[in-house]
Design a protein around this ligand. Structure first.
Ligand SMILES: [Zn+2]
Ligand SMILES: [Zn+2]
Length: 271
């Protein structure tokens, strides 16, 4: 059984702070039995955080090299975090995480994870001041993430709440917000792909809950959805952050298992 594994890992090939090899060594040190890399796919309209086209090929080469080098210590996978609006193919990767980082509105790509002031400005200027119209646009995009990207894992389901701890932007209990999230969830559930429980914003001290929120996680469980633990790591220290707490939370909610990626595809393991 794979006790501890992370499949959402960034490196200096995109916006991570550590090299791929440093991440591998840290994962071994922490006792992880599998490490999946997920560099940000190239997005032509925003090159600030993603892998370049040439860098993507270098990334694949380097991960392949590390796979061989450390195969006796840890299983390594070369995945990709495929943005909804990326036009790059996902072929050639072991798996893909499908993620929405932008809402497209009037030809513009509005980042949902780059700061509260950006979100508030966009709500004001492009959504007539209505945060629930913004949330609706976000979740309507999320609803199509698997269809559009062909991904294996649903990345940070409610990323738009990154700066919404204590609800300054919108009330996460509000029907106008919850209903949009649940519609997206219901559109994705039939694919049978896991929703990641992503602790990235917890590690950064921005949130006390993972993505998806505990509230959404309960709805996923009620509907028979699957889960996978991920720390969306951008540095060594965050690998596996709060996994024990998230596994306990998932158990409390009623989940009995989680998925891990293996060379044979997904495998179900106990929580
Ligand atoms: Zn992401
Ligand atoms: Zn990520």
């Amino acid at each position: 059984m794979i006790a501890k594994a992370n499949f959402h890992t960034h490196t200096t090939f995109c916006d991570g702070k550590n090299t791929a090899e440093e991440m591998v060594l840290a994962a071994i040190e922490k006792g992880l039995s599998a490490l999946g890399f997920s560099g940000h796919s190239y997005t032509f309209f925003d090159e600030s955080y993603c892998m370049s086209k040439a860098g993507t090929r270098e990334y694949q080469k380097e991960i392949q090299h590390l796979k061989g080098l450390y195969s006796h210590k840890i299983a390594i996978y070369c995945g990709v975090e495929q943005d909804f609006y990326s036009r790059e193919p996902i072929t050639g990767f072991d798996y893909a995480i499908g993620s929405v980082h932008y809402i497209k509105k009037e030809g513009m790509y509005l980042p949902v994870d780059e700061g509260a002031e950006i979100i508030e400005r966009d709500i004001r200027t492009l959504f007539a001041g209505n945060p629930y119209a913004y949330a609706k646009a976000y979740f309507e995009t999320v609803a199509e993430i698997l269809e559009t990207t062909g991904a294996d894992i649903i990345g940070h389901f409610d990323l738009l709440a990154k700066y919404n701890e204590k609800n300054p932007i919108f009330d996460a209990k509000e029907k106008g917000y919850r209903d949009c999230g649940i519609s997206a969830m219901e559109a994705l559930l039939p694919y049978g792909k896991p929703f990641e429980i992503n602790t990235g914003a917890m590690y950064r001290g921005l949130r006390t809950e993972a993505y998806p929120s505990t509230d959404f996680l309960k709805e996923i469980q009620k509907r028979g959805g699957k889960i996978l633990l991920s720390s969306d790591s951008h540095d060594c220290a965050s690998l596996g952050y709060c996994f024990a707490e998230m596994a306990a939370l998932a158990r409390d909610i009623g989940f009995r298992s989680r998925l891990v990626w293996t060379s044979q595809g997904f495998e179900e393991v106990g929580l």
